[in-house]
Design a protein around this ligand. Sequence first.
Ligand code: ATP
Length: 234
Amino acid sequence: MALLQISGVASGYGEMQILWDIALAVEHGQTVLLLGANSAGKTTLLRTIIGLLPCWQGEILFEGAPLQGLKPAARIRRGIAFMSELGVFPDLTIDENIRLGGYFLGGAEVRRRAERLFGLFPDLAKRRGEPAASLSGGQRKMLGIAKALVSEPKLLLMDEPSSGLAPVFVKQVIETLQTAITGGTALLIAEQNVAFLALADRGFLIEGGHVRLSGTRAELAKNDAVKAAYFGLD
Ligand code: ATP
């Protein structure tokens, strides 16, 4: 049974339909890339999965059980985390941001997990009492990742982790994900930066709210449509 199984999903804003008949699956521990240009519908799909937007049609199953009808908090308790494009609360300290990621856990457990994460992110540990606003764009993404990992999610939904970052920081984010994601957390990453294929087991190309194609990392990397749409792939 897949960890996340989506079939026939339609969603949108108000009366405006953005997603049509979306089908995809994420297996336990897998990293899946949602590749697509601006406005393709990637964020809309992540919001529908976490429950910030209603699912108009179709089915979203997590560990075999439907998510429709559950509030975002209930989905989070089932083991899903969502890292938005902003990722952190700028006015809160680094420490507060991380602890907020585990708001539903007991104090001692949050502390234990926060210390483990500070071990993985020493630059954040040194500045734990400072506001997140004082961090560079790249460091904020690191904090966003740490905050999302406190809950030790089974599935982490990431919305454009590369947004606003220079290429050197994008590389750092990818390397951080490679080392920080342990213990079987699966990732569903919405991105327009094809460099994230390096992390992915599988990818789905979203265009105009439809899944245009899907395949393994190797299949996508050599696909002419992907090559034509996303520069930098040989
Ligand atoms: P981006 O990289 O631009 O975030 P995306 O693939 O994540 O791209 P979405 O944010 O899902 O795209 O946007 C898909 C469509 O939904 C776009 O046409 C966008 O204008 C529209 N849209 C997004 N948010 C809203 C909203 N709150 N109300 C109405 N329409 C919206």
